[in-house]
Design a binder for this molecule. Structure first.
Ligand code: CTP
Length: 406
């Protein structure tokens, strides 16, 4: 796994847990942050220890858990300063109404509240409380003040609550929080860039109920969209039919056919700084799809005739002032040779090659990046991590291009 680089190499966060039922989700959050290459150190309030034990958090984070201002394990006797100094952020999850109120007023009567006051890194807060507590004017005033103070709030969400009521105040799920924290920590290497991309398969109808498609889950494309958003890009995603939720912050256009995908891309291409074609576009469509369902006949074979679909990536790359174009080549053999031939033929700056049989539907991927400088292999990793590495590579190529003297 590749780790996100932070203040001192790998990104490190301090996870503060306060006393709410949602403290159980903090255990999962430690794991999910770890999955994203983020090192987690835990501090708990006394009340949090009534919901979940420090031993659990120590085992999951692999680091000692601190709860006390007077903990003798910190050499200079000042855990309220020392514990946050090498951290890239403090995350409070769950944050109770009481703890939020303390932060707003600068109270510092235990280790975690003092750490928040003495910090020199960003503070991220994930509220969790009963809906009445959340909606109370005092809490709303406090939350507004926290935002004004530059604190980032993640959630809360609405839904079933531990108390049996339903409404606003539920802490975000661990995976959502980990994703948002990871995005927050990502360097904004694509700030100000407009990225247009395609993802997923296309579906080409044969008749009212049937069609042909390419096998593609959309996972790689959606992971790239998330990574680009985290890197500060403005992302427009033209997506074929997939069963994935739209990444937060992405402008999404959902399409079915290659022709629809092409129209959507044409609409946005002129404004794009970068175009990434991740979609598995069907190369052909049925020339005359039937309006009604074709009935089965035993006697005669069924013959369909096809016409080629437009090459969307090829069209974008051949515009007079093309954006920085990136293609994906999913091959079943001769990976590098076919991918490089495709890169030259489509005239794109970067071609990302993967073995189709390895990548389709999987959560991991192993890719090679082919550009003018040669072939760079990335180790097999979860698609989110591969996506971040691809975005970093693209940002590097773009900044090199901008720096090239004319
Ligand atoms: N692509 C596209 N429009 C198409 C076909 C492909 O935009 N009609 C894009 C894909 O999104 C991908 C790249 O082109 O980024 C390569 O796709 P691929 O299907 O592998 O290439 P083809 O040109 O179709 O080559 P072949 O089918 O011969 O392997």
């Amino acid at each position: 796994m590749t780790d996100i680089q932070g203040k001192t190499g790998r990104k490190k966060v301090l996870l503060g847990i306060t006393g709410g039922v949602a403290a159980y989700k903090a255990a999962e959050l430690v794991r999910r942050l770890g999955d994203r290459g983020i090192e987690v150190h835990v501090v708990m309030t006394e009340a949090a220890c009534g919901f979940i034990t420090p031993a659990t958090l120590q085992a999951l984070s692999g680091h000692p858990v601190y709860t006390d201002m007077w903990d003798g394990r910190i050499a200079n006797g000042m855990p309220h300063i020392e514990l946050s100094r090498d951290k890239d952020a403090i995350i409070i999850a769950p944050a109770t109404a009481d703890f939020i109120a303390k932060c707003v007023h600068g109270l510092a009567d235990d280790l975690l509240s003092t750490l928040c006051l003495a910090r020199d890194c960003p503070l991220i807060v994930a509220p969790a409380m009963n809906r009445q507590m959340w909606e109370h004017p005092a809490t709303q005033r406090n939350v507004a003040q926290l935002r004004r103070d530059g604190v980032t709030l993640l959630g809360p969400d609405s839904g079933d609550q531990a108390c049996g009521e339903t409404g606003m105040g539920r802490m975000l799920e661990a995976d959502e929080l980990a994703e948002a924290v990871s995005a927050f920590l990502e360097p904004k290497i694509l700030a100000g860039k407009r990225l247009l991309m395609t993802a997923g398969p296309t579906f080409e109808p044969i008749d009212a109920v049937r069609g042909i498609t390419n096998r593609s889950s959309g996972k790689m494309g959606y992971a790239l969209a998330r990574a680009a958003i985290a890197a500060g890009a403005e992302v427009t995603l033209v997506s074929g039919p997939v069963s994935l939720a739209a990444p937060a912050g992405v402008r999404i256009e959902r399409v079915q056919t290659a022709a629809e995908m092409f129209e959507a891309v044409k609409k946005h291409a002129a404004k794009a700084d970068i175009f990434i074609g991740v979609a598995a576009v069907a190369d052909y469509r049925v020339s005359k799809p039937r309006q009604h369902k074709i009935k089965k006949t035993d006697e005669s074979a069924l013959t369909l005739s096809f016409v080629p679909n437009p090459d969307i990536l090829g069209w974008v790359a051949s515009r007079p002032k093309p954006p920085f174009c990136v293609g994906f080549a999913a091959e079943s053999r001769n990976l590098d040779a076919y991918a490089d031939e495709k890169r030259r033929r489509k005239n794109v700056k970067l071609m990302i090659a993967n073995l189709a049989q390895d990548a389709i539907g999987a959560d991991d991927n192993e890719v090679s990046l082919l550009d003018d400088a040669g072939t760079h292999r990335l180790p097999r990793a979860p698609k989110d991590i591969v996506a971040r590495q691809i975005i970093t590579h693209i940002a590097g190529l773009i900044s090199r291009k901008t720096r090239t003297p004319r």
